[in-house]
Design a protein around this ligand. Structure first.
Ligand SMILES: [Zn+2]
Length: 258
């Protein structure tokens, strides 16, 4: 598996090979440029694709032999749409995971509490969800993760174990922050693109991409999540999918047990 560590080892071996070769043959600057371009390309893919597990492991799916899936909502709680999502989930007796932003939890802690009381799991999705989060130092990232853990604790009385990286972007500093906080990184296997695609396209994508063991990424921050769920939840049932909690799907504990 080509992860960050192996890539660096390969890079230095290739660099060494070019340097040694240059003692015997004429090696142009192009060889170095191609090597660096290849290195940077892999870094970019690894950074922006959480499913590659490039810097650290994120859990993306469960057992592919069982028609069980888990649904996750990012970026809430939202003062209007999260409550509507909760109503729909209740109607379909479906349990989901909400990866919440600390700032939003502090504003709408009652919604987080309601979600928890209705049997849903609350996870950590950073405190600010800043566009610059991935440029933060590991100390600042750790601080954000701890702030959100505390916000969740104040809202529901439990310390979360689960974390979803903002934007699904990862890097070596986030790895340090996760080691510091002992949070488990949760990715996804089905991305709905519900924040930027039209409702119909999102629904057809969800129907096309859902698979046994899937973790579905949705957002409870836009109005269109309502029509999406109204169509998707009955479709899952009709097609024999059983929506389980992320704990059940991945055999993990969502909260600290002490
Ligand atoms: Zn997010």
């Amino acid at each position: 598996m080509l992860n960050y560590r192996n890539l660096n080892i390969l890079f230095f071996i290739a660099l060494l090979a070019i340097i040694i070769t240059s003692n015997y043959y004429e090696v142009g600057i192009l060889a170095y440029l191609i090597l660096i371009a290849f290195y940077l390309l892999i870094i970019v893919i690894g950074t922006f694709s959480i499913r590659t597990n490039f810097y650290f492991t994120s859990l993306h799916s469960g057992d592919s032999n069982k028609k069980e899936i888990a649904i996750t909502f990012d970026d809430g709680p939202h003062p209007i749409f999260t409550q509507e999502v909760l109503k729909l989930l209740d109607e379909h007796q479906t349990k989901a995971t909400f990866f919440c932003i600390g700032e939003h939890i502090n504003k709408y802690s009652n919604i987080v509490r309601t979600a928890h009381e209705h049997g849903h799991i609350i996870g950590n999705h950073s405190y600010s969800h800043s566009h610059f989060f991935d440029l933060f130092s590991s100390v600042k990232m750790t601080h954000e993760l701890n702030q959100t853990r505390n916000s969740i604790y104040h809202a529901i009385g439990k310390m979360p174990n689960l974390f979803r990286p903002p934007f699904g972007v990862t890097n070596p500093l986030l790895k340090i922050a996760l080691n510091n906080t002992q949070l488990i990184s949760i990715g996804w296997s089905v991305r709905s693109f519900d924040t930027n695609k039209h409702t119909k396209k999102v629904i057809s994508r969800l129907k096309r991409k859902t698979h046994p063991g899937a973790i579905i990424l949705l957002h409870d921050t836009k109005e269109k999540i309502i029509p999406i769920l109204i169509e998707f939840l009955p479709w899952l049932k009709k097609n024999g999918y059983h929506v389980v909690s992320i704990e059940e799907l991945l055999h993990i504990e969502a909260y600290e047990t002490i």
